[in-house]
Design a protein around this ligand. Structure first.
Ligand code: FAD
Length: 352
């Protein structure tokens, strides 16, 4: 079965919905194809205790402020799912859930979007597939030797799953800090947090609001041809959300240096010292989920696709949205994706 649309958006998480909002406003003919069975993108799969690192109004997509969650300054992931569900309905966005796109190919003056339910012929494509489906695990020696359990952030749910186990949490970013804090505050597992360099906490009074301001300043500097301010990385890595702060202040969130290798029963450091472990949780980040774009042969350095803003340099009918700073400062956040979504749709409207 083959259909036609001016624009096909691949991915119906927050980035795909922000694109949909602007496509609707421009009056364009479009469809959003999303592999998830229901709205919410990656937010449907986050761990139980996860809270946003910004208050609700600072976690909003274009057009509609996220309502506050009663009793929570920093909303839970479930609240984001409710917000995205409502957003999809409110703007009557044509999202086809349960539809996975396998490939995007060139076909003369159209792009063919091949999904498991059929093929779409599109004049332009916005890829907004996020990175949750591509967890990254570093090549650490001994990973295949370790006889305990290994999982990634994407598989972590709650401390009860690790009662009475010795758990090593690897990673000095927000996920590592939050999961280590979750386990440490619960107290049922023995948790050791390991980071490649000493963890860098943002000042306690800085949350996602300030991160967004810094990202905005960076964009302005770059737009004006001034020096890159370094963006949010200039401030630090870890937002001291309440559980992280509580665990840190209670002395239960101190990081050890990263081990050199895994052994059959635990970890070993470069100086030969060892520690036993039952579980390793890799909070080691993600890579953009771009496999469906492979037929276009656009890959550049570090698995990214070279872009000007959101537009693929070597395929002007393709825009990449929401993957990170390389597709727009703070574009991988709820509040930050609105502007690149508007710019991408503006360019596509011009192209059509
Ligand atoms: P996703 O939410 O991953 O949505 C992509 C969608 O595309 C999914 O529905 C997926 O199923 C679908 N898809 C993927 N491949 C295909 C395909 N081939 N065909 C069809 N569909 C496909 N941001 C904030 O603003 N505030 C926070 O507090 C915050 N906390 C975070 C905490 C964690 C642990 C993580 C990992 C991220 C956090 N972020 C936060 C960052 C960001 O907001 C989320 O990662 C967000 O989910 C990214 O949205 P997205 O739409 O780009 O991707």
């Amino acid at each position: 079965m083959t259909w036609r649309a001016d624009v096909v958006v691949v991915g119906g998480g927050q980035a795909g919905l922000a694109a949909g909002y602007h496509l609707r406003r421009q009056g364009l003919d479009f469809v959003i194809l999303d592999a998830e069975a229901a709205p919410g993108g990656a937010w449907r799969h986050m761990w139980d205790s996860l809270h946003l690192f910004s208050p609700a109004p600072y976690s909003s997509l274009p057009g509609r402020l996220m309502p506050a969650q009663p009793g929570e300054t920093y909303p839970e992931a479930g609240h984001v799912v409710d917000y995205l569900t409502d957003y999809e309905k409110r703007y009557d966005l044509p999202v086809q859930h349960g539809t996975r796109v396998d490939a995007v190919r060139r076909d003369a003056d159209r792009l063919l979007v091949e999904a498991d339910s059929g093929t779409w012929r599109a004049k332009a494509v916005i890829s907004a597939t996020g990175s949750w489906s591509r967890p990254f695990l570093p090549a650490v020696p001994g990973r295949s030797v370790f006889t305990g359990r290994q999982l990634h952030t994407v598989n972590y749910r709650c401390p009860a799953d690790f009662a009475d186990q010795r758990v090593v949490v690897v990673g000095g970013g927000n996920s590592g800090a939050q999961i280590a804090a979750d386990l440490a505050l619960d107290g049922r597992a023995g948790v050791t947090w390991m980071t490649q360099r000493p963890p860098r906490f943002l000042p306690d009074d800085i949350d996602g609001r300030a991160l967004f301001d810094v990202a905005t300043a960076r964009r302005r500097a770059l737009d004006a041809g001034r020096t890159d301010t370094g963006g949010v990385a200039s401030l630090g890595d870890i937002v001291a959300v309440p559980p992280v702060r509580a665990a840190r202040d209670a002395g239960r969130l101190t990081a050890k240096p990263m081990f050199a290798q895994l052994t059959a029963t635990g970890v070993r450091w470069a100086d030969g010292s060892q520690s036993d472990a039952d579980v390793v949780i890799w909070c080691t980040g993600f890579r953009p989920a771009l496999a469906h774009l492979a037929p276009l042969n656009l890959r550049g350095a570090r698995g990214h696709i070279p872009t000007d803003g959101t537009r693929a340099l070597d395929e002007p009918r393709l825009h990449l949205l929401g993957y990170g700073d390389w597709t727009g400062p703070a574009s991988a956040t709820l509040i930050g994706v609105g502007r690149p979504a508007r710019d991408a749709v503006g360019e596509i409207a011009g192209l059509l």
